[in-house]
Design a protein around this ligand. Structure first.
Ligand SMILES: CC(C)(COP(=O)(O)OP(=O)(O)OC[C@H]1O[C@@H](n2cnc3c(N)ncnc32)[C@H](O)[C@@H]1OP(=O)(O)O)[C@@H](O)C(=O)NCCC(=O)NCCS
Length: 329
């Protein structure tokens, strides 16, 4: 470690950081990391290790979030952008950076860590992170049937949501999400920066539709993404408790029809907790439902916390745990 310096990122260094991250996560461009950074800009939350030429050779950062757990708001340190240059791996650099972030969390009194990982679970489990299941229902829908249903839906107040009217769905999210454990508390600034970037500027954009109730306010909304595999993932679905149950199918069929499909049927996934929340939703989708699956494009979700909190978060994950893709960091 003698040639290395562990420190926080300097104000002048973000571009260096984006280039470093893109050199490790080679499927991403530096611009992707710039967008993420600008959504949540704080150099003090980024720690780096530099070599004797002051080049970044490893990095990690914490995103401060608040999560809904048991109807209460709990602070969490969400770990992301963990990377070590391939030339310097297996020397404990990432571990040192992670320990620094855990100290920051301790100083703030934050006892909950959260992260997503595809392949580094063994590294994080050494620090007490445990995996929480993220189950999805998989079902198939006829694309022709969706198109027919959509013609009716547009007469029932289903409309597309763009950047400018995104705030109209925020209160629906806020009410719905409190019924579950693990979802991120989103304030107005977070909707404007993070959520907008995730939905509309992402490499894989998301289509968003809302449905109005009688008084013209939004009763439910859906956000869907067409994956390269041709599958459709329902990234978010939220509704008011008072929203009519038929909004659900109207939104799903409209969302699916918003993509051009070359096939007669399409595979769709939705977090199980969303569907199990209202028994009528299960009834509506029952004929189409196939399996409960763990999505193969979904990284593992891990938490670091005491046993009691872990059990609240992850026991009964099928019905109670909900963390939308939008909030991944
Ligand atoms: C995952 C990653 C960040 C790990 O970085 P790293 O600096 O090599 O991590 P560490 O050295 O702290 O720990 C890695 C391993 O080296 C071991 N190790 C730690 N200190 C060591 C030392 N002095 N000598 C030898 N091995 C050591 C650790 O025990 C750990 O063992 P494991 O492979 O069984 O988990 C790095 O492999 C990477 O950048 N991968 C690509 C990007 C990525 O996947 N990031 C994670 C996103 S969630």
């Amino acid at each position: 470690m003698s040639d290395f310096v562990l420190r926080t990122l300097k104000e002048s260094e973000p571009q260096k950081l984006f280039e470093f991250l893109a050199s490790v996560f080679t499927h991403r461009q530096p611009d992707y990391f710039r967008q993420h950074f600008e959504s949540d800009n704080c150099v003090d939350d980024v720690v780096v290790i530099t070599d004797k030429n002051d080049q970044i050779v490893a990095t990690a950062r914490v995103f401060w979030r608040q999560l809904w757990i048991n109807g209460q708001v709990i602070s969490a340190g969400c770990i992301g952008d963990v990377a070590t240059s391939s030339a310097y791996r297996q020397q404990g650099l990432a571990s040192k950076l992670l320990n620094t972030l855990f100290q920051k969390m301790q100083i703030r009194g934050v006892g909950l860590g959260s992260l997503h990982t595809r392949s580094a679970a063994p590294l994080y489990s050494k620090f007490g992170f445990r995996q929480c299941m993220r189950p999805f229902f998989k079902f198939t829908m006829s694309t022709t049937a969706c198109k027919t249903a959509t013609l009716n839906a547009s007469c029932h107040g289903v409309h597309s949501i763009d950047k400018d009217n995104l705030p109209t769905v925020a209160s629906v999210y806020h009410e719905f999400i409190q019924h579950f454990n693990g979802a991120v508390v989103r304030d107005a600034a977070y909707w404007k920066t993070w959520v907008v970037r995730q939905f509309y500027n992402a490499e894989k954009p998301v289509n968003v539709f809302a449905s109005s109730c009688e008084n013209d306010s939004v009763g439910a909304y859906i956000a869907v993404r067409l994956e390269a595999s041709g599958k459709v993932n329902i990234i978010e679905y939220c509704c008011l408790d008072s929203a009519p149950v038929d909004l659900f199918m109207r939104l799903i069929t409209t969302a699916i029809s918003s993509f051009t499909h070359e096939t007669e049927s399409i595979t769709v996934t939705i977090p199980t907790a969303v569907l199990l929340y209202r028994s009528e939703y299960m009834q509506q989708l029952q004929p189409l439902l196939r399996d409960v699956i763990v999505r193969d494009d979904d990284p593992a979700q891990m938490y670091q916390c005491n046993d009691e909190l872990f059990s609240v978060l992850c026991d009964n994950a099928e019905t109670k745990h909900l963390f939308f893709d939008t909030d991944k960091f």
